[in-house]
Design a binder for this molecule. Structure first.
Ligand SMILES: Nc1ncnc2c1ncn2[C@@H]1O[C@H](COP(=O)(O)OP(=O)(O)OP(=O)(O)O)[C@@H](O)[C@H]1O
Length: 254
């Protein structure tokens, strides 16, 4: 199981300000699933995403990620666990402004202690995977919003994490870029075999889902069989770059 939540409750505040953001949520996500979390504003999506991403701890309940109970990990160990196991795509991308695209992508690998040249080699292959091979030397301010997002996706894949968590991946980009990013998410799921967890308001994102979970009032509900729409994607090329990445991984020992 990639992610397992058992009776997870999250309560903010107390007294009159007490809010039950998650109400006894249990959820099992198998490796390789692509889960899209939908629901109205205030239903608890962000709270659940942050818990699945090991960025926040529940008030009660257990959270297993790749078999590890992350609620019991001390902060120091949790940080390394996150670096190795979870790739993040935040709405604001959070690219470091004074680093180039390739330096941004290499950063998680360098934080894991991998030699800079090898980290940059993998970073450049990942930028090729997301279609940014010509932008490796650009700084974030020299890139469009769509390009910055692709760079952030490459960075999320840097340490080859088994779980990728994305918060509203289509909210800050235009329709054309949104279709591109959904195709990329499909490739990440199919070729990298990463488990994908996405919180969104955008019903279009459901097209990349193997499973849809709805939130309402802090409770999670399973949807009936979701629509599965394939994206036009040159899987041959993506698979080719993936092979290159695997060779680099052998060098790095990832
Ligand atoms: N840090 C916090 N302190 C107090 N209450 C909070 C906090 N974070 C979230 N909440 C409350 O918990 C509930 C769930 O919020 P959450 O942000 O998870 O919902 P959401 O579905 O992600 O909403 P949106 O789609 O608007 O982001 C809401 O009632 C919200 O007001």
């Amino acid at each position: 199981m990639a992610v397992e939540l058992r009776n997870v409750t999250k309560i903010y505040g107390n007294g009159v300000a007490r809010t039950v953001a998650l109400d006894n949520v249990s959820l099992s996500i198998s490796a390789g699933e692509s889960v899209v979390l939908m629901g109205p504003s205030g239903s608890g999506k962000t709270t659940l995403l942050n818990i699945v991403a090991a960025l926040d701890r529940p008030t009660s309940g257990e959270v297993y990620i790749m078999g590890v109970d992350v609620t019991r990990l001390p902060e120091g160990k949790l940080e390394r666990f996150r670096l190795r196991n979870i790739g993040y795509l935040f709405q604001s991308y959070n690219l470091i402004p004074y680093l180039t695209a390739e330096q941004n992508v290499a950063l998680p690998l360098i934080a894991l202690g991998i030699r800079k040249e090898l980290a940059l080699l993998r970073a450049r292959a990942l930028l090729e995977f997301v279609g940014l091979e010509k932008a490796a030397g650009l700084y974030p301010h020299q890139m469009s919003g769509g390009m910055q997002q692709r760079a952030a996706i490459a960075r999320a894949l840097a340490a080859n994490p088994p779980l990728i968590v994305l918060d509203e991946p289509t909210s800050n980009i235009d329709l054309e870029n949104a279709a591109g990013v959904l195709a990329l998410i499909t490739a990440v799921n199919k070729i990298f075999k990463a488990t994908v967890f996405i919180a969104t308001h955008d019903p279009d994102v459901a097209r990349v889902a193997t499973r849809i979970v709805y939130m309402r009032g802090g409770k999670a509900y399973e949807a009936a069989e979701p629509p599965r729409r394939e994206f036009k994607l040159d899987m041959g090329r993506a698979a080719e770059i993936y092979e290159k990445l695997r060779l680099i991984d052998e060098l790095i020992g990832l």
